[in-house]
Ligand binder design. Structure first.
Ligand SMILES: Nc1ncnc2c1ncn2[C@@H]1O[C@H](COP(=O)(O)OP(=O)(O)OP(=O)(O)O)[C@@H](O)[C@H]1O
Length: 633
């Protein structure tokens, strides 16, 4: 029927297309009115977004009753559905006014028609909103971080008196990539090896809430974070960088330390050379722990100290078919040098004399040398000597920290007295004891001066070993005298292990230790004295022995003091020539273009501290001598 009507209209009504178009326009307008809004400001139409829920509510138009009940505040229970929710204009218009009393403070404020219009924001508006949002989030995060930082600082202040430094150090460490030494790293063989071992904080330091001021970022680098105060008392860190052959951090065991230090030297003594390994550092820094073995309470495990580990490897080599036919006899000795006195640790601390024969061979007369055939024999000797060394001492007033302990393993061929090879392992006196020279107690001053002197002489001797053919100032101390043959010969090899305590109260001593070790290595690496310099340094060789030094056992005898003062005087003269040359060289280099500022600063500082060391040593001797002359008046 509709079809017939349509056919009729098409056939008989020429205005059909006009009607049809008008009808279509009406439909389109209605559609637009229902689903679109016109934004006057922008002159654009926008489609209305209606959530599914709202669409549903729109479809179910509220009855007058329900609307009035919504409008009744007393019955108001759900403010989440206000009448002016997002609805089409038609629906919105159809709603009666009284529906407005929705609580204005309603937490879920729904959008009205106008709000819905502004849901459609330009990109710029969206971006502004995003920026504002992220700014608010950032501010919130910053506030949270600040609160946390304040809380942490408060907690740290209670936990440690050095919390500010601890905080600065931990911030510094965050920017450092740590790649410490690993057991699998290759062992480099040097004639002189200088390395550093840092021990962990001990119980006493932890109780005092000390801060660990030493970082070991790589296998050969170390940083000391020296706590400092500015004039206005602001705290800051001075980070001092050092480089050595190896640096062992507090997680390294004695086995690892041994692998990179003394182990490579064992074969030296089978090749007819002398090997020497020193442990240098402040009292309590771990010298005995490293050389003698780890402590478990008061009990020391001699098997895992460097003494014991060397013994194991020596016997392994003896069993090696290459050396088995050589018929080596192994013997061991253990003695202590305290000032100018030498004591046998294997013979109830019997006092020994050090003499030099016509061929400049130094002999420790009467020293017990026990023949050993297995590792256990050596461990017995180490145990006996160590107990002898520490017996009758309290840790506070320990003589062991003021004496040098020398443990030697000697190789001879069966039936011969000739030494084929010797490994000397030395646990040096605490280096801070050398600074005891200003103390009023005369004995302490003398001890301090002796330690200072022996450590300076030791450094000079190692330097001389590095500078082949240079003058060997071995007469500078009893220690270097008895070790004379360790510093001569092409085949001699030396290793120094500098031990440091990590606590902030030890930082000055640790820096002293590191500077000493640094100079030993740096001079080995950089020194290239020319012949004229060497010839200047030889003066002493002709200086015929004033054997007083060897024949007298009295520690403070006038003539030996005079000898030492004159020796130090000569040493100062020689060093002045050397310093003058080096200082000129450094200065001239600094005038050249593109000179390395950092290298210059380090070299100049080291040169000056070396000069100060030598002059201080001479000053101590001169003061002692003045005092002695006065006492003898
Ligand atoms: N690497 C380490 N790991 C753990 N503990 C260590 C380490 N080094 C040292 N210690 C501990 O620190 C303490 C002091 O060490 P040690 O006696 O070896 O110092 P020292 O330098 O020989 O002192 P002294 O000059 O008085 O003989 C010991 O209790 C030792 O166990």
């Amino acid at each position: 029927m509709f079809g017939q009507y349509f056919k009729y209209v098409v056939t008989y009504s020429p205005d059909f297309y006009v009607y049809y178009t008008i009808l279509l326009l009406i439909i389109i307008t209605m559609f637009l009115k229902k689903y679109f809004l016109y934004d006057n400001r922008r002159g654009k139409m926008f489609p209305i977004l209606i959530s599914d829920k709202e669409k549903k509510s729109e479809m179910k138009l509220p009855t007058t009753d329900s609307l009035s009940s919504q409008g009744n505040q007393d019955d108001f229970t759900t403010p989440t559905k206000p009448c002016h929710s997002l609805q089409s204009p038609r629906v919105a218009r159809s709603l009666p006014r009284p529906c407005s009393p929705v609580k204005p403070s309603s937490p879920k404020k729904t959008k009205n028609r106008r709000d819905s219009m502004f849901d459609y924001k330009s990109d710029a508006a969206r971006k502004v909103e995003l920026i504002a949002k992220s700014r608010d989030e950032r501010r919130l995060k910053q506030a949270e971080e600040k609160t946390m930082r304040e809380q942490m600082m408060q907690a740290m202040e209670h936990a440690t008196p050095y919390w500010e430094f601890a905080h600065m150090i931990s911030e510094f460490k965050q920017g450092v990539e740590f790649k410490p030494l690993r057991d699998t790293d290759p062992v480099v063989e040097n004639q002189i090896t200088v390395c550093v071992r840092k021990r962990p904080l001990n119980d006493r330091e932890s109780r005092r809430k000390e801060v660990d001021v030493v970082s070991v970022p790589t296998k050969n680098q170390l940083i000391v974070h020296e706590p400092k105060h500015k004039v206005d008392l602001t705290k800051y860190l001075e980070n001092q960088h050092f480089r050595f052959d190896y640096v062992f951090d507090d997680s390294c065991t004695n086995d690892i330390v041994y692998k990179f230090t003394a182990k490579p030297l064992v074969k030296t003594i089978f090749d007819g050379g002398m090997a020497t390994c020193f442990a240098y550092g402040q009292t309590g820094s771990g010298k005995t722990h490293t050389m003698g073995g780890e402590f478990k309470g008061k009990i020391q495990n001699f098997k895992n100290g460097i003494y014991g580990l060397v013994a194991v490897d020596v016997f392994k080599q003896i069993a090696n078919p290459k050396y088995a036919k050589m018929n080596y006899i192994v013997s061991a000795s253990f003695f202590e040098i305290y000032g100018k006195l030498v004591f046998d640790l294997l013979s109830k601390k019997q006092r020994l004399r050090v003499l030099e024969d016509g061929k400049q061979q130094v002999q420790v007369v009467g020293l017990t040398e026990k023949i050993v055939s297995k590792v256990e024999d050596v461990l017995d000797i180490i145990q006996k000597g160590s107990l002898e060394r520490t017996s009758g001492q309290t840790s506070k007033n320990s003589n062991s920290s003021r004496s040098h302990a020398v443990f030697q393993i000697i190789l001879r061929k069966a039936g011969s007295r000739v030494v084929e090879g010797k490994f000397s392992l030395i646990d040096l006196a605490g280096n801070e004891r050398g600074a005891d020279t200003s103390k009023s107690n005369r004995q302490t001053r003398i001890e301090g001066a002796d330690i200072n002197k022996s450590l300076l002489a030791l450094k000079e001797c190692i330097r001389a070993l590095g500078r082949k053919g240079a003058h060997l100032p071995f007469r500078g101390s009893k220690l270097t005298q008895v070790l004379r043959d360790s510093f001569i010969g092409e085949k001699s090899r030396t290793c120094m292990i500098a031990l440091i305590s990590p606590g902030n109260t030890s930082v000055d001593h640790s820096l002293n230790t590191l500077r000493y070790a640094d100079r030993v290595k740096e001079l080995v690496a950089n020194d290239s004295l020319d012949d004229s310099q060497e010839s200047l340094a030889i003066l002493d060789e002709d200086n015929d022995d004033d054997d007083d030094d060897f024949k007298q056992d009295d520690s403070m005898d006038l003539s030996s003091n005079e000898y030492e003062v004159l020796e130090s005087n000569r040493h100062v003269i020689e060093s002045c020539v050397y310093f003058h040359k080096m200082a000129c060289e450094l200065y001239n280099n600094s005038q050249k273009e593109g000179f390395e500022r950092k290298q210059y600063a380090t070299s100049w500082r080291n040169l000056l501290s070396e000069m100060v060391d030598i002059q201080n040593g001479a000053l101590i001797k001169a003061q002692e001598f003045c005092q002695l002359l006065q006492d003898n008046l």
